[in-house]
Write a protein that binds this ligand. Structure first.
Ligand SMILES: *[C@@H]1O[C@H](CO)[C@@H](O)[C@H](O)[C@H]1NC(C)=O
Ligand SMILES: *[C@@H]1O[C@H](CO)[C@@H](O)[C@H](O)[C@H]1NC(C)=O
Ligand SMILES: *[C@@H]1O[C@H](CO)[C@@H](O)[C@H](O)[C@H]1NC(C)=O
Length: 483
């Protein structure tokens, strides 16, 4: 707690971006909730049936921070990553930022630190001027015993040569190989695991991925994306993918703690609803993605408007429907954002549509909405972490039938799928009306989604899947070196 508040004060002095302050202060609130509830847990008679998370909570020491690795878990069951103890792992990230790719790699760094691996981190690209986000993320890593090295230089090359395993994060990180390792590249490739989280056209560039066929393995977040990479590398670049492993992601322990804390959820819900000016019984359909055409906010708003007309036309008795668009960034997508605002004005639905600036703190929104809309267009999401995060909060998902969403959402069980593109506008409108008019269906789907998350989309599941891949890659790397 003390640490959090000090960081918060320090950041206020430095006039940090509002979003980050909000994030930290929210995580402080979260820590508070977790403390109070687990404290009371220790003195209260325990219910007969407990979730795994509650079970693990019992051995909490009072000073444990909410972000510390899950030590309790290690005591109770063997950690699947245990074999990584004292292995030297070099992680090369294209950049260090608050975006999905780098944060995931950081999570893996912490999982490996928790089992005693030596982890060294390199960010290939850094802005020339000091950057406070990078500074704070690097400090977070140093606190957890991750070494941070400059991207270029002897130390980087040495570490790459000595490492048991090198993990490259994102296609673009491939630029680091030749630029830094030069003639030593071929020595390092047999122990490289390449983690890929993207599937847009501009990533299929020879300058990024020409070494891909020669690395020990590629790890990709969904089957669809893996198929797409196989196809595109062959057809476009004439190169062959290495052994490819599909590893679905998992929800962090921190997120699950909020999702499973009904007190925290209620407070967050009241707070957010109040700030948006919506009532407790209004129905909130939210899309939570950086605002851009690829994420389909425009088509979602068209569906939303159509659903309002349907409800009016059929004289359906439902609570007021609201649309929340979380992920606004006027500076980045000015033209597209103006288009969205114009549509809302033209259709006179300003009182029903709420825009929220981009934020990393999605838990408060997940706690306050009724349905998540995942409307990513074209090939859809590579995986779509927000989808499993929403399901952890027992929310049904209305998603496009594309990409990773198809591997997460079970149509008619945990949500409803609609086609991408303009063809999807009316089906999504119908699905919105469907869930608005069937409370029971909404709850059942939310519950089924939560069960699915508990079964396969948690951090321990992800760790298990990653462990299998790392074992394979280590085995191959050492064999190649003996030859
Ligand atoms: C692979 O590429 C071929 C030809 O470009 C295309 O017909 C096929 O649908 C693609 N498959 C996938 C899974 O993308
Ligand atoms: C949202 O971002 C815009 C600029 O991108 C800024 O002007 C506005 O104050 C922000 N709103 C909130 C509530 O932070
Ligand atoms: C999902 O279910 C709906 C309703 O039964 C159906 O119309 C639609 O084709 C299904 N979509 C997919 C991708 O399975």
């Amino acid at each position: 707690m003390v640490k959090h508040s000090q960081a918060w004060l320090a950041m206020r002095k430095k006039r940090w971006p509002l979003t980050l302050v909000a994030l930290l202060s929210l995580s402080t609130v979260t820590v508070l909730f977790i403390r109070t509830t687990s404290d009371s847990c220790n003195t209260r008679a325990k219910p007969q049936v407990r979730t795994q998370a509650q079970h693990l909570d019992e051995s909490h020491s009072p000073i444990r921070s909410s972000s510390s690795p899950s030590q309790q878990q290690q005591q109770q069951q063997p950690n699947p990553l245990e074999f990584m103890k004292s292995k030297l792992v070099l992680m090369v990230s294209h950049e260090l930022s608050l975006s999905g790719g780098p944060l995931l790699l950081m999570e893996l760094a912490f999982l490996l630190r928790a089992v005693g691996s030596d982890v060294v981190w390199i960010s290939n690209q850094k802005p020339p001027q000091p950057d406070q986000i990078i500074y704070s993320l690097e400090n977070k890593m140093l606190d957890r015993g991750v070494q941070v090295l400059p991207a270029r230089g002897e130390k980087a090359v040495d570490t790459a040569l000595k490492a048991d395993l090198v993990i490259l994060n994102t296609a673009v990180a491939g630029k680091w190989l030749d630029a830094v390792l030069k003639e030593k590249v071929s020595e390092v490739l047999p122990k490289v695991l390449w983690w890929i989280h993207e599937m847009r056209g501009h990533y299929f560039k020879v300058e990024y991925v020409k070494h891909l066929p020669f690395v020990a393995g590629a790890m990709i977040d969904s089957h669809t994306t893996a198929e797409y990479w196989k196809n595109r590398t062959r057809e476009r670049l004439g190169i062959k993918m290495p052994e490819t492993y599909v590893v679905h992601l998992g929800n962090s322990k921190e997120l699950m703690e909020v999702a499973e804390d009904s007190v925290a959820k209620r407070v967050l819900r009241e707070h957010v609803r109040q700030s948006l000016g919506v009532r407790n019984d209004d129905l909130l359909f939210a899309i939570i993605n950086s605002v851009s055409r690829g994420k389909g906010q425009d088509l979602f708003l068209r569906s939303f408007h159509e659903s309002l007309l349907l409800i009016q036309e059929k004289k359906l008795q439902v609570p007021s429907l609201h649309a929340v668009v979380v992920g606004s960034d006027m500076n980045a997508q000015t033209k597209f954002e103006m288009e969205l605002r114009k549509f809302v004005m033209e259709k006179k639905i300003q009182d029903r549509v709420h825009f929220v600036n981009k934020t990393l703190a999605v838990a408060p929104y997940l706690a306050s909405i009724d349905v998540l809309v995942q409307n990513s267009q074209a090939r859809g999401e590579c995986f779509g972490r927000i989808t499993i995060e929403a399901m952890a909060f027992r929310l049904p998902v209305l998603g496009t039938a594309a990409g990773g969403t198809m591997e997460i959402v079970i149509n008619r069980t945990t949500g409803l799928l609609h086609p991408v593109g303009k063809e999807g506008v009316t089906p999504l409108a119908n699905n919105i009306v469907n869930l608005a008019t069937h409370v029971e269906r909404r709850f059942t789907m939310g519950k089924k989604g939560y069960e699915r998350v508990k079964e396969r989309f948690l951090e321990p599941h992800m760790a298990q899947r990653i462990a299998l891949v790392l074992k394979e890659v280590l085995r191959k790397g050492s064999r190649k070196q003996l030859n």
